[in-house]
Design a binder for this molecule. Structure first.
Ligand code: PHE
Length: 343
C-alpha cells in the first residue's frame, strides 16, 4: 500500500472507532491507539523513510493534515461526551418540576408609592417638592395660620406637645408659612410629610400618618384652579371611575374652605352599615380652600394683589382607596403577606 492508501485506511478505521466509542474514557483509548506515541499514526510516519527523499516533505505534510483533522474530531467528540455526562448526572439529582424557593424581594411601601405619585403629578404641573420639620413651634402650626391661642380650632388638632410651645406637627400646613416667608409669589409647592395627632386609632385614623400639602399663590388664582388640580390628581391616583366631591367646610386658614371626599372603597358608595365610611358612602381625603387673607398678611403678601389655594390630604387615606384596603392600620403593621399583595 502506498502512503495515500495507508492514510485513507487509517482515517476510515479512526472514524469507525470514534463512532463506536461511548463516553469520554473510550475516546481516550481511541486517542492513544491512533495518535499516541506508539499508535497507528506513528507507524505511518515511519513509512516516510521508505519514500524517495523528494517525496518526503509532501508526504509529511499530508500526514500532519490528517492528524490535525483527527485531533479536531476527537476534541469535538470529547466535548460532546462530557456535556452528555454532565447532563445525565444533573437530571438524576435535580427535579426541575420541584417548586423553587422564591427569592426575597423588597418593594416600595404602598403609602410611599402614593406619596411619590402625588408629588409627581404636581411636579409635572410645575410645583416644587419641599419638606419641613416634624417638630414645630406654636407659631407655624397655629398662630401664623390664623389660629390664635384661644381659638377652638386648636382642639381639632389634638396635638402631642413636647413643651408648652413645641409640638409634633398635626398637619403639614406649617410649611405654607415657611415657604411663603422664604419666597415672594408666585409660589407653587407640594409638601409630603409625617404628622401626628392624639387621635384614637381605628379603621380610618392613626396617631402617626402622612399628609401631602399643596400651595399655589399668584395673581388671579381662584377656586376653580383648586378644583381642577385636585380632581385631576384623584383621577390619576384612583382612576377615572372614582367620584370626587367638594363639601363646604371650615378651616381658620382658608376661606372658603372645603373637605374633599371620594367614593368609599369598602362599600363603593352603598353606605348602609359600612364601618369604613359610617354609612355615608364617602371617605374624606382631606381639607382644602382659598388661603385666608390673614395668612397672606402674616407673611407680608398683599391679599389685594395675590390669592391662592391650599390643600392637605391624608396619604394613607389615599392609599386605602387606591389599593382597596379595608383598614388603615395595615399600612403600619408591616405584615409581609399584606405588603406582598400590593407590591
Ligand atoms: N391642614 C388641614 C388638616 O390637616 C388640611 C388643610 C390644608 C385644609 C390646607 C385647608 C388647606 O386638617
Amino acid at each position: 500500500m502506498n502512503l495515500a492508501d495507508n492514510l485513507e485506511d487509517l482515517r476510515a478505521r479512526f472514524e469507525d472507532a470514534l463512532k463506536n466509542s461511548a463516553g469520554a474514557s473510550s475516546l481516550d483509548a481511541v486517542r492513544v491507539a491512533f495518535l499516541g506515541r506508539s499508535g497507528e499514526v506513528t507507524a505511518v510516519r515511519r513509512s516516510i523513510g521508505k519514500l524517495p527523499p523528494a517525496e518526503r516533505p509532501a508526504a509529511g505534510q499530508r500526514i500532519n493534515e490528517a492528524v490535525e483533522q483527527m485531533e479536531r474530531a476527537l476534541n469535538e467528540a470529547q466535548a460532546n461526551a462530557q456535556a452528555l455526562e454532565v447532563g445525565a448526572s444533573l437530571s438524576q439529582r435535580i427535579d426541575v418540576t420541584f417548586p423553587s424557593i422564591k427569592p426575597q424581594q423588597g418593594s416600595i411601601h404602598p403609602m410611599k408609592r402614593v406619596m411619590h405619585d402625588v408629588c409627581a403629578y404636581f411636579e409635572r404641573h410645575g410645583f416644587a417638592v419641599v419638606v419641613g420639620p416634624e417638630i414645630e413651634p406654636d407659631y407655624y402650626n397655629f398662630d401664623a395660620l390664623n389660629i390664635p391661642p384661644d381659638h377652638p380650632a386648636r382642639e381639632g388638632f389634638d396635638s402631642f406637645f413636647l413643651t408648652p410651645n413645641l409640638l409634633l406637627r398635626p398637619h403639614t400646613s406649617p410649611m405654607q408659612i415657611r415657604t411663603m416667608q422664604q419666597h415672594r409669589p408666585p409660589v407653587a409647592v407640594v409638601v409630603p410629610g409625617t404628622c401626628y395627632r392624639r387621635d384614637a386609632v381605628d379603621a380610618r385614623h392613626l396617631f402617626q400618618f402622612n399628609q401631602c400639602e399643596g400651595l399655589l399663590i399668584d395673581e388671579g388664582v381662584h377656586m376653580g384652579h383648586l378644583k381642577g388640580m385636585l380632581t385631576g390628581m384623584c383621577r390619576e391616583i384612583f382612576g377615572s371611575e372614582q367620584q370626587v366631591r367638594f363639601r363646604p367646610s371650615y378651616f381658620p386658614f382658608t376661606e372658603p374652605s372645603a373637605e374633599v371626599d371620594t367614593t368609599c372603597p369598602l362599600c363603593r358608595g352603598a353606605g348602609g352599615e359600612c364601618r369604613m365610611c359610617g354609612g355615608s358612602g364617602w371617605i374624606e381625603l382631606g381639607g382644602a380652600g382659598m388661603v385666608h387673607p390673614n395668612v397672606l398678611r402674616n407673611v407680608e403678601y398683599d391679599p389685594d394683589v395675590y390669592s391662592g389655594w391650599a390643600f392637605g390630604f391624608g396619604v394613607e387615606r389615599m392609599a386605602l382607596v387606591r389599593y382597596d384596603v379595608d383598614d388603615i392600620r395595615r399600612f403600619f403593621e408591616n405584615d409581609h403577606a399584606f405588603l406582598e399583595q400590593l407590591a
